[in-house]
Design a protein around this ligand. Structure first.
Ligand code: FAD
Length: 318
């Protein structure tokens, strides 16, 4: 079932969903299941699975020689989606990205997902890899999420890359895209960012999932601005509980978002990370309750392989 169909079927009730990351290469899938199992109590209708592109690493081979190697540290997105469907009978939402893929490779991945009976994808550009200063698409790849949305929309109409292909089976993916209440870090301003977000929707995206945020006011203002710009699709808020003091530095630099003064002060006053975790849960409950009262369609938790804080927050609400 499609994400938008789940939202419609909920008839205004807020749903619980989560996003997980594939285990590191060499790790078992059992750890992931152990993380998801307790959260099934809150009946997530869908679970997002992130996609992690390959990285280049240089290995010292002695004699001053460096060997360039390609390593994908977290493979397995498609397999995990199939495993989630199998084990929980929940709709998996694989993330698909422009980075590292030619359009042909994207098409083949979408065919695999279609054959597996997966009904949803979240279409993203991806970020620059550590050896690049800024994002670079593959020579035959998509450069922006808009182009990826276009490609999936075309396949949904039976138009594959090879235009000589006759009577190709149309796919039927529900396409989600990312939105940024505090602006995407590369965008010159929110207006420009919203303009491209609107294009993603006009080209076929049926819902938006936001970057994580800690200040609900920023989400509410973002939704108002989207509506004023004519973006009418559901806007799902993304939430992540703080669990360690170091999050105060890491989260703003990775996700380009602000930490509210009140949350920052509370974390700074903690003696250790067990206290920080309590602050994160309290903040998460307060944030989630307010969003739920405002009638958001889904509370989407970036659980990042740690379920206990998300469990405690969800237990208060679902
Ligand atoms: P885009 O929508 O392409 O936007 C990127 C930038 O370009 C923005 O500044 C936008 O304003 C601008 N822009 C857009 N279109 C155009 C255009 N046509 N011309 C000029 N400028 C344009 N990354 C992963 O690698 N794997 C994941 O699984 C993953 N999951 C994510 C899930 C969510 C909910 C979110 C919010 C992010 C996720 N990311 C993931 C990170 C994401 O890939 C990065 O934030 C990336 O920098 C931007 O992706 P996007 O799809 O928003 O890009």
């Amino acid at each position: 079932m499609k994400v938008v169909e789940h939202i419609e079927a909920a008839k205004g009730n807020t749903l619980f969903s989560l996003e997980i990351i594939p285990p590191k290469k060499g790790d078992s899938i059992d750890g992931l299941f152990a993380h998801i199992d307790p959260l099934m109590e809150f009946k997530p209708p869908f679970i997002d699975v992130t996609y992690h592109r390959e990285e280049f690493v240089y290995k010292d081979r002695g004699n001053g020689l460096l060997e360039k190697k390609t390593i994908r540290k977290r493979p397995g997105t498609v397999g995990i989606c199939a495993a989630i469907k199998n084990r929980y009978d929940v709709d998996p939402v694989p993330h698909i990205i422009c980075g590292g893929f030619s359009k042909e490779e994207t098409e083949n991945a979408l065919i695999d997902l279609h054959f597996l009976g997966i009904d949803n994808v979240l279409a993203l550009r991806g970020d620059a890899i550590s050896t690049e200063k800024s994002f670079k698409p593959e020579p035959e790849g998509n450069a922006f999420a808009i182009e990826l949305v276009n490609q999936v929309s075309e396949m949904n109409q039976g138009h594959y890359l090879d235009d000589e292909l006759q009577n190709a089976v149309p796919t039927n993916f529900c396409i989600g895209v990312a939105g940024y209440p505090e602006k995407h870090f590369e965008a010159p301003n929110l207006k420009s960012d919203l303009n491209f977000l609107k294009q993603k929707v006009e080209n076929g995206a049926e819902y938006i999932v936001t970057q994580l945020f800690f200040d609900n006011q920023k989400y509410f203002e973002f939704v108002d601005k989207c509506r004023a710009a004519g973006i009418t699709v559901p806007i799902i808020p993304g939430l992540k509980p703080i669990t360690v003091k170091n999050h105060m530095n890491i989260i703003p630099s990775i996700f380009h978002i602000d930490i509210p003064d009140e949350l920052h002060d509370a974390v700074e006053n903690c003696k250790d990370n067990s206290q920080v975790k309590e602050v994160g849960v309290e903040w998460g409950i307060k944030q989630a309750k307010e969003l739920m009262d405002a009638g958001v369609p889904v509370l989407h938790f970036y659980s990042m392989g740690k379920s206990d804080s998300v469990y405690r927050i969800a237990k208060e609400l679902f």
